[in-house]
Design a protein around this ligand. Structure first.
Ligand SMILES: CC(C)(COP(=O)(O)OP(=O)(O)OC[C@H]1O[C@@H](n2cnc3c(N)ncnc32)[C@H](O)[C@@H]1OP(=O)(O)O)[C@@H](O)C(=O)NCCC(=O)NCCS
Length: 175
């Protein structure tokens, strides 16, 4: 399964994505608000990647490639909940908007699903901004939802309906 956007390829994960995904998931800048602490061993990333591959080639969860380099992942490990992480080297160029937007539009096109969700740390300004730009609407807040490496984290909850997405992309050329 492969999706092309102007700058990116989103595709199913493969075993040889291990090193590149480890570079992302072991970087403490990238995992600051992630659901796990930075991966310390390649084995941890292998297990994570095996889980992604086990979801199957039709599952809408994607490794993100730019110019042949794997820069992260975007999609739905667990539908309808969206998840994304990119290598800090590539932040701030609109690449998450492009990748996550494409994954969302793919799901709305191919699945009979009315609403997507997101769970984000209230301190994760970049992710909150990204969700709102994509059209997500805040639906709730809960304290102490995740214990990551012994530290309790809170959650903001977001949802995106088909109508919200259509409103957010009105006037934009489809990717
Ligand atoms: C969240 C993340 C994917 C964003 O990637 P990115 O490619 O830099 O995002 P984009 O360039 O598409 O920017 C999306 C929006 O966020 C804004 N933004 C980016 N970094 C920001 C920051 N540090 N603070 C505030 N806003 C920020 C951008 O300006 C943009 O908004 P705009 O369209 O109004 O200008 C990236 O920071 C990341 O991988 N973080 C670590 C993993 C993570 O936290 N995942 C989410 C778990 S819920």
């Amino acid at each position: 399964m492969e999706i092309r956007t102007p700058r990116l390829i989103l595709r199913s994960a493969r075993p040889d994505d291990l090193e590149a995904m480890h570079a992302v998931l072991s970087d403490p800048r990238a995992t600051l608000w992630w659901s796990t602490p930075p991966h310390e061993t390649l084995e941890q990333t292998r297990e994570w990647l095996d889980g992604m591959i086990a979801n199957g080639p039709d599952h809408p969860d994607f490794v993100v490639e730019r110019d042949g380099r794997v820069i992260g992942k975007a999609g739905f490990w667990n539908l309808p909940d969206v998840g994304y992480i990119l290598h800090p080297d590539v932040w701030g160029q609109g690449l998450a908007s492009e990748a996550v937007g494409a994954a969302i539009d793919h799901v709305f096109r191919t699945r009979d699903i009315e609403s997507l969700t997101a769970d984000v740390d209230p301190e994760n300004a970049a992710s909150i901004r990204l969700l709102e730009r994509l059209g997500f609407i805040r639906t709730g807040f809960a304290e102490r939802t995740w214990n990551v490496g012994g530290v309790w984290k809170d959650s903001l909850y977001y949802a995106l309906t088909r109508a919200d997405r259509a409103a957010a992309t009105a006037g934009q050329a489809p990717a």
